[in-house]
Write a protein that binds this ligand. Structure first.
Ligand code: URA
Length: 203
């Protein structure tokens, strides 16, 4: 009932999208997450940045991209001249999917069904923001935004047409950079990511 009430308030007035997202019980992912993490930034934004799903720290803080991947994003965005506060930054999936391992919570990639289900909220955020460009960071965001699950390596740096007709710049996910064990590969991927963000900053 909470969700239905929040959704009809949002449908009727165009206000309260965040409250509706926070009330979401449309899929089982909400059961084990602390809270839904909504996008952050200006509601109307020329630039939108989309990641995968909140991580451990985002789940606790209730804010997107505040953990290690977010800190790396902030650093590289600053180097690229992209002002995070100007962009609307969100995730394809709003709840943290994970499995417990001892006291740790291990991230699990959302599957295609979960991405499709949560697209409802992502599309609402896009319709409200009316962006000129959407940056898709990583495979999950690219899948949610374009419908294509093809590999990112072949697509990064290209602009594809999104499901709602927007321009979608495909790039790497900052967590991918953090996971690359080899310094040379990491430097090269980081340079690619920085170049993509610089392109987005020019919007
Ligand atoms: N990774 C994401 O994709 N999103 C976040 O908010 C944090 C980490």
């Amino acid at each position: 009932a909470g969700l239905a009430r929040q959704v009809s308030a949002w449908r009727d007035t165009g206000e309260g999208l965040e409250a509706a997202i926070r009330a979401c019980t449309r899929c089982p992912l909400h059961c084990h997450a602390t809270q839904a993490v909504c996008g952050e930034g200006p509601q109307r934004a020329a630039l939108m940045v989309v990641g995968e799903q909140p991580g451990d720290q985002e789940d606790l803080a209730g804010r997107p991209f505040v953990g290690p991947a977010g800190q790396l994003f902030d650093k590289i965005a600053a180097e690229a001249g992209l002002d995070r506060s100007r962009a609307y930054i969100t995730n394809a999936v709003k709840h943290f999917k994970h499995i417990p391992r001892g006291r740790r919570r291990i991230h699990q990639r959302p599957d295609a069904g979960e991405v499709a289900h949560c697209r409802w909220w992502l599309d609402a955020e896009i319709e409200r923001a009316r962006p000129d460009l959407i940056v898709a960071m990583g495979a999950t965001a690219a899948l949610a935004l374009t419908g294509s699950g093809a590999r990112i390596t072949a697509r990064r740096g290209t602009v594809e047409r999104g499901r709602l007709g927007h321009n979608v710049l495909i790039t790497l996910h900052p967590s991918y950079l953090l996971r690359l064990p080899e310094a040379e590969a990491r430097a090269s991927a980081t340079a690619d990511f920085r170049a993509d963000l610089a392109r987005a900053a020019a919007i």
